[in-house]
Ligand binder design. Structure first.
Ligand code: SF4
Length: 216
């Protein structure tokens, strides 16, 4: 029995206290479930920026909604737009391999999302206004997931979450924070496919992330 429980038992309060704790956590769980349902309705209905005109479907994210790990990329590509899931195709396979290398698996204590929920035509970079309009969806996801660690993959994710213009090179290798959540910056898997020598740097980032998580 913990010291607090022993004191409460002594005061004859333990059962009431436990009951209240359980009630509060049950209420929080139910309100989170409702908030997820709202978000899953709001994003597919969103027309806040011009990208809604060319999308096949929105891509909210995938994985464990109570994950400790949150990985954030840039925006859906053609395959993601078609299938409604982030990081499918070649970049997705590389991401899965990177996760496996540090003992993680998509969907198991890991949630994967993008800054932008609709595909920019021709895979162009999202415009600042599109990022600004879409940010509220990602902000809500982070509030609901309450991850222990965020890994920002690529320039758009890093610059958006850290509200900076700094380069990936200058942001890597340090622990940042987003709204009190520790955040680590690494390269986007699609970039790594084109720049193989930087894979070793991404590996170092993931090892850093794994060590950081282990320290919690
Ligand atoms: Fe809405 Fe984001 Fe899609 Fe723009 S990109 S329409 S803000 S969900």
């Amino acid at each position: 029995m913990s010291r607090r429980d022993a004191i409460l038992a002594e005061m004859g309060l333990a059962p009431i206290w436990r009951l209240r704790e359980k009630e509060v956590s049950k209420q929080q769980e139910v309100s989170k479930e409702k908030a997820w349902i709202e978000l899953k309705k709001a994003v597919p209905a969103c027309t806040a920026c011009g990208l809604h005109k060319t999308r096949k479907q929105t891509v909210l994210g995938v994985g464990d909604e109570q994950a400790d790990w949150l990985l954030v990329g840039e925006a859906p590509g053609a395959e993601e737009d078609r299938l409604g899931e982030p990081f499918v195709g070649q970049a997705g396979r590389l991401l899965d391999n990177m996760l496996a290398a540090i003992g993680l698996k998509r969907g198991e204590n890991v949630y994967i999302a993008n800054v932008i929920k609709c595909r920019p035509p021709g895979n162009r970079n999202p415009e600042p206004e599109e990022i600004a309009r879409c940010a509220r969806h990602l902000v809500r996801q982070i509030e609901l997931i309450e991850p222990k660690l965020i890994v920002a993959m690529g320039r758009i994710a890093a610059q958006t979450l850290l509200n900076t213009d700094a380069t990936i090179a200058s942001l890597r290798g340090r622990l940042h924070q987003y709204a009190g959540v520790p955040l680590i910056v690494t390269y986007h898997p699609a970039y790594l496919l084109r720049n193989l020598p930087d894979k070793s740097k991404a590996w170092a980032d993931l090892v850093f992330a794994k060590k950081t998580m282990a320290a919690f």
